[in-house]
Design a binder for this molecule. Structure first.
Ligand code: ADP
Ligand code: MG
Length: 377
């Protein structure tokens, strides 16, 4: 009785949120690393609620948060993917989808998106599972012919770098603002056609290689940069209608506040840049949640790149990652508050990026006529 009611309640909440087109928020709590430490997570409801407490404060009051879903420390990658799958699959129907992982360094963002840090091929993350899924759909559906392309960039110190370029060290990319065509926002980025998950694994390896530094520098950099894997999907069905959609999979820089007081040189520059993009993301989300008329997308590379997804016509999902240890309490609360704010953002109705063959033909005619006119003039 009770559990059924809770379950139905959650389904209803999720359906309503989806109908309203809000940013969906899933919270994920990683396991404790230090068995001795006190834990800040007091209670996880199976209705997407979560109770947090500061065990080190005597007057410890409990704070309650509500999300679409909460994954506790024992949740597996498969369980997480299962709840993400429907959203990802809708890319194949022509919807744009953006999934991003938010949270302090060490809270499990890369674990969710890429998989375990030991590089084991078990427990693959959402990036791999998503592409695997898309290839499967592509092979099953005989009525549509799909092409799947992959692009990988990193934003570091407010510069966009192409991770799939031959020489990634000096390929800085310019963002072009293009309101309707999300896939054109980085016109110079390398986009690789992928035929199988093996191809994707190779591309991911190339991307990792291009990010490679000494391992400490690597950890440092990965916590300071945003990585964006974009999957472009083209589909043509037998009636001649075409879809063109994209899936952004974003592993954000660590959300922890960086102490600028002791930083000098490169570190200072970094501290100032980091999180320009991240604090800008916060500003954009606040502006969207308050329904402001001006949304400051142009203030950072990340928000410029994701402009069409943020508050636009894409479906969005945010993973809010938290570390359960007591000494992370402050960051945990700030992550959960950020996520709570994001969940109030209403998106535009998700737009189906599909054109019938008639419309395509008419557009081609118009283009042809325009050219003919231009030649006469
Ligand atoms: P972030 O990318 O947020 O800095 P990581 O994903 O690198 O954090 O996670 C930090 C460490 O915790 C890694 O060693 C990772 O494998 C481990 N970890 C994170 N989340 C989980 C989880 N849900 N289950 C098991 N290990 C996890
Ligand atoms: Mg990481």
């Amino acid at each position: 009785g009770y559990h059924q009611a809770v379950k139905e309640n959650r389904q209803l909440y999720n359906t309503l949120q989806e109908l309203r087109g809000n940013i969906q928020v899933f919270c994920r709590i990683r396991p404790m690393f230090n068995e001795e430490a006190k834990c800040t997570i007091d209670y996880i409801g199976n209705d997407g609620s979560l109770m947090v407490i500061d065990p080190l404060k005597p007057q410890n009051t409990r704070k309650i948060f509500q999300f679409n879903r909460v994954f506790g420390p024992t949740a597996t990658q498969d369980e997480v993917y299962k709840d993400t799958q429907a959203l990802i699959r809708s890319v194949m129907d022509g919807y744009n989808v953006c999934i991003f992982a938010y949270g302090q360094t060490g809270s499990g963002k890369t674990h969710t998106m890429c998989g375990p840090s030991n590089g084991s091929s078990k427990d693959m993350g959402i990036n791999y599972m998503a592409l695997n899924d898309l290839f499967q759909i592509s092979s099953i559906r005989e009525d549509v012919k799909y092409e799947i392309r992959v692009q990988m960039v990193e934003i570091y110190n407010e510069q966009v770098r192409d991770l799939l370029a031959e020489d990634a060290s000096n390929t800085k990319l310019e963002i072009r603002n293009c309101s309707s065509n999300v896939w054109l926002s980085l016109p110079d980025a390398n986009v690789h056609l992928a035929q199988s998950t093996a191809d994707v694994l190779n591309l991911m390896k190339l991307g990792e290689k291009n990010r490679a530094f000494s391992s400490t520098a690597m950890n440092h950099r990965s916590s300071r940069s945003h990585s964006v894997l974009t999957v472009h999907v083209h589909g043509k069905d037998i009636s001649g209608s075409a879809i063109h959609s994209c899936l952004h999979l974003v592993d954000l820089a660590g959300s922890e506040r960086v102490d600028k007081s002791e930083a000098t040189g490169d570190r200072l520059k970094e501290a100032q840049h980091i999180n320009k993009s991240l604090s800008c993301l916060g500003d954009v989300i606040t502006a969207l949640s308050q329904k402001n008329s001006h949304i400051p997308y142009r203030n950072s590379k990340l928000t410029q790149l994701l402009q069409n997804s943020l508050g636009g016509n894409a479906k969005m999902l945010m993973f809010a990652h938290v570390s359960p240890e007591a000494d992370s309490y402050g960051e945990t609360i700030s992550t959960l508050k950020f996520a709570q704010r994001a969940s109030t953002v209403e998106l535009g109705a998700a737009h189906l990026n599909k054109e019938s063959s008639e419309i395509r033909e008419l557009k081609e005619q118009i283009d042809g006529l325009k050219k003919a006119l231009a030649i006469k003039e």
